[in-house]
Design a protein around this ligand. Structure first.
Ligand code: S3P
Length: 473
């Protein structure tokens, strides 16, 4: 009987068989799971106000930090993602003060004036905080470190590392550029002209923010238009941002380096991506009559509403107005009678966060809804294509998932429901399936509702205020 010394490959395989993957063991040690359930209701009724826009909230704080003087923000979303940005900006030397509900004041350090953070920046679940801050950090002459929760640590950062490296910063990350990430910045960046390989407002914004502390003109070419909050708001703070057509199609966006940004007042409109949950909940319950007030309807964010109308939803944009340089309206929805449609790939950037909730509308519609051009859904807080497909399967909804497509077959009758859906640390998966539970034959549960607080604190109370039944399981 002889014992042979196992080679290192064997050892690795044995250890892998014994120990759970690292991400899983970290999760089970630290996370408190909050199971939630949504029960069927007849109809929804009432008026609610959409919570502040997450994209605009991050930008208001960051740009306020890059400005000199005071920036006062009202209507800020006080979700965990935005609070992660607050903490990071404080670590960089901005004075960020909470003055009342939704009211914040920022005293900035100016373009290039941030100080080296004393510790690792923990950005929680927020991809927007991570990507946009990487542009700011890369253009400062110090080394900083970023990490986040298990979801964020799994998300691709190479998409910002590549252009920011061309400008002169260096990065050390895990395989595929994943976080934790060390950013070795420089204040001697070189301006670039960069064509976005993926339609991403986060990548566009990271480059433009780095361009602020770079001599000369930094240009991003986007083949497909993505949300333009950065361009709109940078101008409001006094930066020179030029937008024009790009050769061969798309947009050319140029920022001129070293502007003197000045503190401004910002009013944050309501978030169309959050409003979507109440709007779809009403649209899938016949007889519902719901108004969601103060919803941002920037055309580069409003693809879901166009799609719902094509499906036959009765949605009126009332009281259209301008709030802080963004178009806003009150959305008045009456429920019932949705039909399946084809959602073209070119619409994806204007509704990229809304496919999970659209899939719920599709599950309640009559006929098939074909959603195309969804590759980016796999790089969100979870692989949203897979998460949605698994949740639909658990609730008896017929569907087909492709590499970048999803087809949902509705029958016009209420879906079966009765499933327990895994949220995968993804707020929009959690909220979408709770909305399905309001319209299914049996209640729908989610394994963990805690991620909802990243973007929509008070979600359950808001839905229940309209007559919904969402609560602890
Ligand atoms: C965001 C852009 C989108 C979106 C995200 C917020 C932003 O991401 O999914 O929730 O604030 O710029 P990508 O730009 O990576 O598509």
């Amino acid at each position: 009987f002889t014992l042979s010394k196992p080679n290192s490959g064997m050892l690795r395989r044995r250890r892998a068989a014994l120990a759970p993957p690292l991400e899983e063991s970290v999760l089970s040690a630290t996370a408190t799971m909050a199971k939630l359930i949504a029960r069927p209701v007849a109809r929804l009724h009432g008026r609610v106000r959409a919570p502040g826009d997450k994209s605009i909230s991050h930008r208001a704080l960051m740009f306020g930090a890059l400005a000199l003087g005071e920036t006062r923000v009202s209507g800020l979303l006080e979700g965990e993602d935005v609070l992660a940005t607050v903490a990071a900006l404080r670590a960089l030397g901005a004075e960020v003060e909470h003055q009342g509900p939704g009211l914040w004041q920022v005293r900035g350090f100016g373009v290039g004036g941030g100080r080296e953070p004393g510790n690792i920046l923990d950005l929680g679940n927020s991809g927007t905080a991570a990507r946009l801050l990487s542009g700011i950090l890369a253009s400062h002459p110090f080394t900083s470190f970023m990490t986040g929760d298990a979801s964020l640590r799994g998300r691709p950062m190479q998409r910002v590392i590549e252009p920011l490296s061309h400008m002169g910063a260096r990065f050390h990350g895990r395989e595929g550029g994943r976080m934790p990430l060390a950013i070795i910045g420089t204040d001697e960046m070189v301006p670039i002209e960069y064509r976005l390989p993926v339609a991403s407002a986060q990548v566009k914004s990271a480059i433009l923010l780095a361009g602020l502390n770079t001599a000369g003109e930094t240009t991003v070419i986007e083949p497909e238009a993505t949300r333009d909050h950065t361009e709109r708001m940078l101008r409001h703070f006094g930066a020179e941002v030029r937008v024009g057509p790009a050769e061969g199609g798309g947009k050319r966006i140029t920022v001129v380096g070293w502007p003197e940004l000045r503190g401004r007042d910002i009013v944050v409109p309501g978030d169309p991506s959050s409003a979507a949950f109440a709007v779809v909940a009403a649209a899938i319950r016949p007889g519902s009559d719901v108004t969601v007030e103060n919803v941002g309807v920037n055309p580069l964010r409003a693809g879901l509403y166009e799609t719902l109308r094509e499906m036959g939803a009765d949605i009126a944009f009332e009281n259209a107005r301008d709030v802080g340089g963004e178009p806003v309206a009150d959305l008045h929805v009456k429920g019932g009678g949705l039909k399946g449609v084809e959602v073209p790939a070119h619409r994806a950037p204007s509704m990229i966060d809304e496919y999970p909730i659209l899939a719920m509308a599709a599950a309640c519609a009559e006929g098939s809804t074909h959603m195309l051009g969804l590759a980016e859904l796999r790089a969100k807080e979870s692989d949203r294509l897979a998460s949605v497909a698994a949740g639909l399967a658990a609730n008896g909804v017929r569907h087909e998932m492709g590499a970048d497509t999803l087809v949902v077959h509705g029958t016009g009758a209420a879906p079966a429901g009765g499933g327990v859906v895994k949220a995968h640390l993804d707020h929009r998966i959690a909220m979408s399936f709770l909305v399905l539970g309001l319209a299914a034959r049996e209640p729908v549960a989610i394994d963990d509702g805690s991620p909802i607080d990243t973007s929509f604190p008070g979600f359950a109370a808001l839905i229940n205020g309209l007559g919904g039944k969402v609560g602890p399981a």
